[in-house]
Design a protein around this ligand. Structure first.
Ligand code: SF4
Length: 342
């Protein structure tokens, strides 16, 4: 009999499941409390469950989503990468970014990625499969269990989250739910490369979430060279749909912009980025490329990064610069997937 992982279920779903097995529904709530509030996944440590219930459940459920985990801290301890082997032997990565008073988890939504952005190592790895709900939820649980209590979650790890819509948003519901990790929606961000059908579904479902849009280049022709998704999801149309989405709610929209020397860093490129940000009332997050031998681009100099910021300021566009962290452990933005290449 294959075991059920309750981390793929909502509490009402799990209550219905245990009831079907002849177990009282409050047991489901007890297990959820142990898992989500105390980060305990060993049934034997759930001391308020009777021995007979524990024995019965051991034949029916598993709370283990991962076969193995390797934890790699960066030298300056600003980031910790977790290399995770899934139960089918495939590998994913997630990264904890440590701040003074809180931890942000950069979560993977797919094993590999089919989108193939030319500046991203995950794109080089290619697509293996979508992650299950429990495999997404378990990344947060893993960080909590390793002593990094997670307060913020960003779907900026491996994969395009909107291509795994159902599983990603069910996981978000569990991360957000009072019976789950109970993180505020304000602390959860989904990053997309601009998958139109996914954004339209957000609108239809009235799913209001902080969204980050990876621009690459605001000019369609130049964008298509580094982000093939442009061919079927033109940025002009993406911008219109994002504007519709912004009108529906008041959540933040961020434009992520990875700077690639000689590709998207000219004054004209930055002006077009600024115009897009003004149209969408969005802020811009500048990310200098994390270089890698498998990526055919180079970053801009740190002084030029300041020039780009000033150009955007002149257009009165709010800008932040995301500093590269965990680069030596390939935990920086766009570098997840290294373990697939070795
Ligand atoms: S940047 Fe995101 S969408 Fe693009 S290939 Fe990498 S993981 Fe996929």
């Amino acid at each position: 009999m294959s075991l059920i992982n309750p981390l793929s279920l909502t509490l009402p779903e799990f209550e219905a499941q245990v009831t079907e097995w002849g177990i009282k529904p409050f047991v489901a709530r007890q297990i959820f409390r142990w898992v989500y509030q105390s980060a305990v996944i060993d049934l034997d440590q759930m001391t308020d469950l009777s021995k007979s219930v524990r024995a019965e459940l051991k034949d029916r459920i598993t709370l283990e989503s991962f076969k193995a985990v390797e934890v790699v801290p960066s030298i300056d301890h600003s980031a910790t990468k977790c290399v995770v082997t899934l139960t089918d032997g495939k590998m994913i990565e997630c990264v904890v970014l440590h701040e003074k008073t809180y931890n942000t988890l950069c979560v993977s939504s797919q094993c590999g990625c089919p989108v193939d952005c030319k500046f991203c190592l995950t794109g080089v790895v290619g697509f293996k499969r979508n992650l299950e709900v429990h495999e997404i939820v378990s990344q947060v649980l893993l960080a909590n269990r390793r002593g990094f209590p997670i307060t913020n979650v960003v779907f900026m790890g491996m994969g395009e989250p909107l291509l795994n819509y159902d599983n990603v948003f069910k996981a978000i519901d569990m991360i957000n739910s009072e019976t789950g990790f109970h993180l505020s929606k304000r602390n959860i961000t989904v990053s997309t490369s601009g998958y139109l059908a996914g954004i339209k579904r957000l609108i239809a479902d009235e799913r209001h979430i902080n969204l980050a849009f990876s621009v690459g280049n605001a000019n369609p022709t130049k964008r298509a060279r580094i982000m093939p998704i442009e061919l079927r999801n033109p940025i002009m149309e993406v911008a219109k749909v994002l504007a519709d989405y912004q009108r529906q709610h008041n959540r933040k929209l961020t434009l992520e912009y990875t700077l690639l020397k000689g590709q998207n860093d000219s004054e004209q490129d930055i002006r077009e980025l600024g115009n897009l940000a003004l149209y969408l009332n969005a802020k811009v997050n500048l990310i200098n490329l994390n270089p890698h031998v498998r990526i055919p681009f180079t970053p801009v100099s740190s002084s030029y990064l300041g020039v780009v910021r000033d150009l955007l300021h002149r257009q009165k566009v709010p800008v932040t610069i995301r500093f590269r962290r965990g680069q030596e452990i390939s935990a920086a933005c766009g570098q997840l997937g290294e373990s697939h290449l070795t």
